[in-house]
Structure formats: structure tokens, C-alpha cells
Design a protein around this ligand. Structure first.
Ligand code: DQA
Length: 140
């Protein structure tokens, strides 16, 4: 199985920003662990991060026929990007939405995701393990 791990706006700062919320580990280091985890189970993963909404939409469009699934942490775009929602709805590749933090225990505006209705499912609140659990949802 081949998965795309897609990270959106500000996720490149993981390990540097709001450490109490997102931890001290960099996205690069988390990605290495995810790659190793998938490899040990005989699966492949590609990674892409962007702060640009349209670039994320393009990657989702291009995933058609190329990946078996997408693990998506869209960052703040989660809460208002109709463009990302439409891109997810436009492809047949299943998308699992991920958040490192428990967005329901934070500010009110984080409780709503415009993406969840068009995603296969959502995993949140487990730090970097949220990505692993999302990958497992495809592997199982
Ligand atoms: C996040 C939660 C979002 O509300 C926030 O804007 C992020 C990260 C998470 O992983 O917990 O940038 O998606």
C-alpha cells in the first residue's frame, strides 16, 4: 500500500511552535518515524508539506490513481478551507483527517472542521501517534 502524508499550514514549525501543544519533535523527525513504521509493515509513504492552500489541493488532485490513501493534517485550513474540502470530494482516494492536538479541548473555532464530512474518518489528540493511528486505519 502507498500512502501520502500531507501536512498543511504551519506544520513545518512543529517542534518549534507551541511546544506544550504540539511537542518538541520536528516534522522531519516525525516523518522519519512514520516512514520506518510503514516500511516495517511493508508499505510505502510519501510526504509533502506546504503553507500554500492551492499546493495542497494540487497534491490531492494528483493523488488520484497514485496513492491508496491520504493522511491529512491541514492545520488551520481544516477550519475554513472550502477549496481543500472540494479537492478531497473530487478524488476517489480516501482521506483520513489528523490532528495532533485535541481540537475539541481548545478554542471554540477549532471545534469545526469543514473537511471531516468528506473524509473517511478523523483521528485527533494523540500527538504524533495520530499519524500512526491514521496510517493503521489503512493497513488494518
Ligand atoms: C492542528 C490543529 C489546528 O487547529 C491548528 O490550526 C494546527 C494544528 C493539530 O494538528 O492539532 O495548525 O491541525
Amino acid at each position: 500500500m502507498k500512502l501520502l502524508i500531507l501536512n498543511g499550514v504551519n506544520l513545518n514549525l512543529t517542534g518549534k511552535r507551541e511546544k506544550g501543544v504540539y511537542g518538541e519533535e520536528s516534522l522531519e523527525s516525525i516523518n522519519r518515524e512514520l516512514e520506518e513504521y510503514a516500511r516495517k509493515r511493508g508499505h510505502g509513504v510519501d510526504f509533502f508539506q506546504s503553507n500554500v492552500e492551492g499546493e495542497l489541493c494540487t497534491r490531492i488532485q494528483e493523488a488520484e490513481g497514485k496513492y491508496d490513501g491520504i493522511v491529512l493534517n491541514a492545520g488551520a485550513y481544516t477550519h475554513y478551507s472550502v477549496a481543500l474540502r472540494d479537492a478531497i470530494a473530487a478524488v476517489s482516494v480516501p482521506v483520513v483527517e489528523v490532528h495532533m492536538s485535541n481540537v475539541h479541548a481548545r478554542e471554540e473555532f477549532r471545534r469545526n472542521s469543514v473537511l471531516t464530512p468528506v473524509c473517511r474518518g478523523e483521528i485527533l489528540g494523540f500527538g504524533k501517534k495520530s499519524y500512526i493511528l491514521a496510517m493503521e486505519s489503512f493497513f488494518l
